[in-house]
Design a protein around this ligand. Structure first.
Ligand SMILES: [Cu+2]
Length: 130
């Protein structure tokens, strides 16, 4: 059955039955890769706040512009060297919700200690009780 047939079928049913396909259609499929492009340069990550949802398969594509940098996300045991001019892909599954700091882990100059950001993982909807 294709989507069109499904919608026609749903429209013929009760209000509740017809609402469901529409609301679910807009939400991305669970576990879909969430690709985020990030730039690293002296002395900031852009964006410096990265927001994802719990359960997302996060794919960060980070490009160091002006110097080698690093991406250290301690909560997820990630410490990746970012070579200047190269896009580095870092993949992880955002299985724990919360706010986690990340920082540059390769000394890049005087402002290096301030080169930080945070990863915000919104909790998934609470599971319905049985
Ligand atoms: Cu640095």
């Amino acid at each position: 059955m294709n989507r069109r047939q499904l919608l026609i079928l749903a429209a013929g049913f009760s209000f509740l039955a017809s609402q469901r396909p529409f609301t679910q259609e807009n939400a991305p499929a669970a576990g879909e890769a969430n690709e985020i492009k990030v730039t690293a340069k002296k002395y900031e990550f852009q964006p410096d706040v990265i927001s994802v949802k719990q359960g997302d398969h996060v794919k960060l594509v980070i490009t160091a512009r002006d110097h080698d940098h690093g991406f250290k996300l301690k909560a997820y045991n990630i410490n990746q060297h970012l070579k200047k001019g190269v896009s580095t892909t870092i993949k992880f599954t955002a299985d724990q919700a919360g706010t986690f700091p990340f920082e540059c882990s390769v000394f890049c100059g005087l402002g290096h200690p301030h080169m930080k950001g945070k990863l915000v993982i919104e909790p998934a909807a609470a599971p319905t009780s049985p």
